[in-house]
Design a protein around this ligand. Structure first.
Ligand code: NAP
Length: 307
């Protein structure tokens, strides 16, 4: 299991997403073996309809992750200027395939394709991103089938580091459909890593600093580099930085990745903090594998007893 006692010189616990993600991958690999013994090889289909190099990288990382834990991956590429119907047809085929248990359409999509229609087209049983309205509804109702990967990964990090959420004041900064909203919905649910008094902030929030100053747990999902600094945090707060932002830097690639939190100033104030990279990012990837084995188990009637 993950060693969760690492502290830096300021006495702040550094939440090691790489280590917790490795534990999740081990759990997934063990469940893949269980499924194999039942004659099922879990399969994930990724669909890319974009020329964006970042999207291409994300998709190839997902394929590599699958290979590492024994999940079969199927990949379909569609020209970015092809008609939307081609994407719908591809989804319909993947929905039908018995060897494909999870279907993921890489976002963002070209402007001429209606994202909502695409997400509704994937059958909910194979919607391993958890974005289909049926799965969103189930999550809100406290009966989640697939929790979206990033907020689920955050929950796993909080659990791995024994962060008390029950009765805690949690502030989620950001209300996107893929991070902020599902994150807040998970924290507010009755049950483990829930029961938090949860506030959601966004660009129209007045006096964000006042709200942050009393937060025991801060989840930053803003998409603005180093938006939250140490002066805005309560002493001892747990800070989960979801942000991944490219900023120009004198490096080989010409950029570096920073979070939505100014790490250096926050570290001295927070009781625990995730680094960027190496915090939430690896967890998002691991939870996709988790959802894929879960999907395979559900579709084939194999009880995987996932934690
Ligand atoms: N680590 C991972 O695996 C992972 C996964 C997904 C995303 N991310 C990263 O997480 C960040 C957020 O992603 P996202 O998809 O949720 O972004 P998004 O869709 O752009 O949403 C950003 C949210 O932040 C709010 N916001 C923007 N400026 C603000 C301000 N000045 N004050 C308060 N709130 C403000 C926006 O408010 P409005 O709604 O009012 O516009 C919006 O709700 C990005 O850096 C993204 O790259 C990381």
């Amino acid at each position: 299991m993950t060693e969760t006692t690492g502290e830096d010189a300021d006495g702040t616990r550094i939440i090691d997403g790489e280590a917790v993600a490795a534990d999740v991958r081990d759990e997934v690999a063990a469940r893949v073996e269980t499924l194999e013994a039942e004659g099922v090889t879990p399969g994930l289909a990724t669909v890319l309809m974009s020329d964006d190099p970042a999207s291409e990288t994300y998709v190839s990382m997902k394929q590599r992750d699958c290979e590492e834990v024994g999940i079969e991956s199927v990949h379909v590429e569609i020209d970015a200027d092809a008609p939307a119907e081609e994407l719908y047809g591809t989804i319909d085929d993947l929905n039908e395939r018995e060897d494909v248990h999870g279907v993921l359409v890489q976002l963002p999509l070209p402007d001429h394709v209606d994202k909502r229609r695409v997400l509704r087209r994937i059958v909910p049983e194979k919607d391993v991103d958890g974005f289909h309205p049926e799965n969103v509804g189930r999550l809100v109702a406290g009966d989640a089938r697939f929790k979206p990967c990033t907020p689920h990964g955050v929950q796993k990090l909080l659990a791995a580091y024994d962060v008390e959420t029950e009765g805690a004041d949690a502030v989620v900064v950001g209300r996107s459909d893929i991070v902020g909203k599902p994150m807040a919905n998970l924290l507010v649910q009755k049950g483990p890593v829930g029961n938090a008094t949860t506030t959601v902030c966004h660009s129209r929030t007045e006096d964000l600093e006042e709200t942050l100053s009393t937060a025991d747990i801060v989840i930053a999902a803003v998409g603005v580099p180093e938006f939250i600094d140490g002066s805005m945090l309560k002493e001892g707060a747990t800070v989960i930085d979801v942000g991944i932002n490219r900023v120009d830097a004198d490096t080989e690639k010409g950029y570096e990745l920073v979070g939505d939190v100014e790490y250096e100033s926050a570290k001295g104030v927070a009781g625990a903090i995730t680094p960027v990279p190496g915090g939430v990012g690896p967890m998002t990837r691991a939870m996709l594998l988790y959802n894929t084995v879960k999907a395979a188990g559900l579709q084939r009637g194999v009880d995987l007893d996932l934690s």
